[in-house]
Design a protein around this ligand. Structure first.
Ligand code: PMT
Length: 408
C-alpha cells in the first residue's frame, strides 16, 4: 500500500522528534517517498542532516530560505503529497492547526494540506499540557475534520521524569495509521469474523495436541479487513505474535470446541467469516487431572481421541444468503481435489488452498503461495507473496461476494 506513495512528514518541537528518523526509515523501507517539513524548534531535537539523509531530500523548515525549490514550498508539498503525517504534534502546533494559524514551514504546509489530503496526527506532550482544556479542545476539533486521523497519546514514562498520558505512539503504530488512512474503506459497516492460529487439545495439565500454526495468516487478514473499515472479531487460538496495534476485537480461545462456540456466537451478526485457523480435528476424550506419569517398564500410552466439531461446516450449515464464508485448505497431497471437496461439503463461497509442497507456503513463514477457488468455478493461482499481500488479494474479492445476486 505504501509503495510509490508520497508522504510529507511534519515534525514539531518535542522530545519525541528523536523517534522520527525511525518513522522515516520504516516509510522508505515500505517503498514510500518522503519529504520533511519542520518547525525551527523541531531541529533542536533532531538534526536537519539526519532528516535530509534518511528522506533523500532537502528539509523544509524555513519559509524564506533561498534553497527552497519553489518560493511556495508549503503549496507545492501538499500538491506532491498523497498524505501528511505530523509527529510529534506538540500542544502548540495542535492549537495552531485547529485555529488555522499558519506562521512557519510546518503550519503553512498543514494549512494548505488539510482540505485536500489525508492527515495523520500523532500528538506528544507532558501529561499536564495534555490535560489543558485548550489542548483537549484543539484535539477534539481536529478529530472532527474529515481528512484527519488523530492518534491518541500513549501512557507511560514522560521525558520530564514523571509518568502519565502524553507519550507519542511508537513509529510502527504511526506507520500502521498511515497505511490505514491510505486504504479505501470498501468494507465500512461490515462485520467480519476471522479464526486464526492453532487450537490446543489438552491431554493433561502439562501436555496438549496442537499444530504449527502461528496465526500470521489470520492476523494479516484481520489487519487488512480493519484497514478497509470493517469491524473485525478475531477468534484466536494461542499465538505469540508481536503485534504493535490490535485495532480489532480478539476473543482468545484454546480448544476447537471453545473456538467453535466463539465463532458461532460472532457469526450470528456477521456479514462474512474467514476461517484461517488450523483446527485440531481430534481431541483426547478426557483430560487427565494430574500429569500422566511414565511407569517403570512402560512401552507406550494409548490415547483415545474423539472428533472435534467442524467449525466451517457448522457455520456453513447456518449461512444466510447475504453472508459470505471463506475457508482455507492446507494440503500435502491431492491438493485441489481435497480443497474442492471442502469447498462443497462446508458450504463455502471460496476456499484458499495452500500446500506444504510449496516452499515458503503454509505454517510459520511470512509468505504464502495460494490458489483462490471460488464456488462458481473461478480459480486464481497466485505467486509466492507476503501473507499481508495474500490477505489483500483475498479481501479484494469481498465487493464481488457482497454483490452476489442474492446479497444486498
Ligand atoms: O498461522 P500460520 O502459521 O500463518 O499458517 C497459516 C495456515 C497454514 C494455518 C493457513 O494458511 C491455513 O491453511 N489454515 C487452515 C489450516 C487447516 O486446518 O486446513 P484444513 O484443510 O484442515 O481445514 C479446512 C478448513 O476447515 C479451514 O478453513 C479450517 O479452519 C476449517 N476447519 C477444519 C477443521 C475443523 N474441525 N474445523 C474447521 O473449521
Amino acid at each position: 500500500m505504501l509503495r510509490g506513495k508520497h508522504i510529507v512528514v511534519g515534525i514539531s518541537g518535542g522530545i519525541a522528534a528523536y523517534k522520527i528518523p525511525e518513522l522515516i526509515r520504516l516509510l522508505v523501507k515500505a517503498g514510500a517517498e518522503v519529504r520533511v517539513a519542520t518547525t525551527q524548534n523541531a531541529l533542536e531535537f533532531v538534526t536537519e542532516l539526519t532528516l535530509r539523509t534518511l528522506s533523500g531530500a532537502p528539509v523544509y523548515s524555513d519559509v524564506f530560505a533561498a534553497i527552497n525549490h519553489h518560493a511556495t514550498e508549503h503549496i507545492s508539498l501538499p500538491d506532491w503529497a498523497d498524505l501528511m503525517v505530523v509527529a510529534p504534534a506538540t500542544a502548540n502546533v495542535l492549537g495552531k492547526f485547529a485555529a488555522g494559524i499558519a506562521d512557519d514551514a510546518l503550519t503553512t504546509t498543514f494549512c494548505a494540506t488539510a482540505a485536500r489530503r489525508p492527515i495523520v496526527i500523532a500528538p506528544a506532550m507532558n501529561d499536564k499540557m495534555y490535560a489543558c482544556p485548550a489542548t483537549q479542545q484543539a484535539m477534539h476539533t481536529l478529530a472532527q475534520w474529515e481528512n484527519v486521523s488523530l492518534l491518541d497519546c500513549a501512557e507511560g514514562e514522560l521525558a520530564c521524569g514523571t509518568s502519565g498520558k502524553g507519550r507519542m505512539q511508537e513509529p510502527e503504530v504511526i506507520c500502521e495509521a498511515i497505511e490505514s488512512a491510505l486504504t479505501p474503506k470498501t468494507l465500512s459497516g461490515k462485520r467480519i469474523v476471522i479464526t486464526a492460529g492453532p487450537t490446543q487439545e489438552k491431554i493433561d495439565p502439562v501436555r496438549f495436541i496442537s499444530n504449527y500454526s502461528t496465526g500470521k495468516m489470520g492476523y494479516a487478514l484481520a489487519l487488512e479487513c480493519t484497514r478497509r473499515g470493517a469491524e473485525v472479531t478475531v477468534v484466536s487460538g494461542p499465538v505469540h505474535l508481536d503485534l504493535p496495534t490490535t485495532p480489532y476485537t480478539i476473543v482468545p480461545v484454546t480448544s476447537a470446541r471453545e473456538m467453535c462456540e466463539a465463532a458461532k456466537a460472532a457469526w450470528k451478526t456477521a456479514d462474512a467469516a474467514i476461517l484461517c485457523a488450523a483446527v485440531a480435528d481430534f481431541a483426547p476424550d478426557t483430560t487427565a487431572e494430574q500429569k500422566i506419569k511414565k511407569q517403570p517398564g512402560q512401552t507406550g500410552l494409548q490415547l483415545n481421541l474423539i472428533t472435534n466439531p467442524d467449525i466451517a461446516a457448522t457455520l456453513g450449515s447456518t449461512k444466510r444468503p447475504e453472508q459470505c464464508l471463506i475457508g482455507f485448505a492446507l494440503e500435502t497431497h491431492d491438493a485441489e481435489q481435497n480443497a474442492l471437496h471442502k469447498l462443497e461439503s462446508k458450504n463455502l463461497d471460496m476456499i484458499v488452498l495452500n500446500s506444504l509442497q510449496d516452499k515458503g507456503a503454509g505454517f510459520g513463514c511470512n509468505t504464502n503461495k495460494v490458489t483462490l477457488i471460488l464456488r462458481d468455478g473461478q480459480k486464481n493461482n497466485l505467486p509466492l507473496m507476503s501473507k499481508q499481500e495474500v490477505a489483500q488479494k483475498i479481501v479484494d474479492l469481498f465487493p464481488y461476494f457482497f454483490r452476489k445476486p442474492n446479497m444486498p
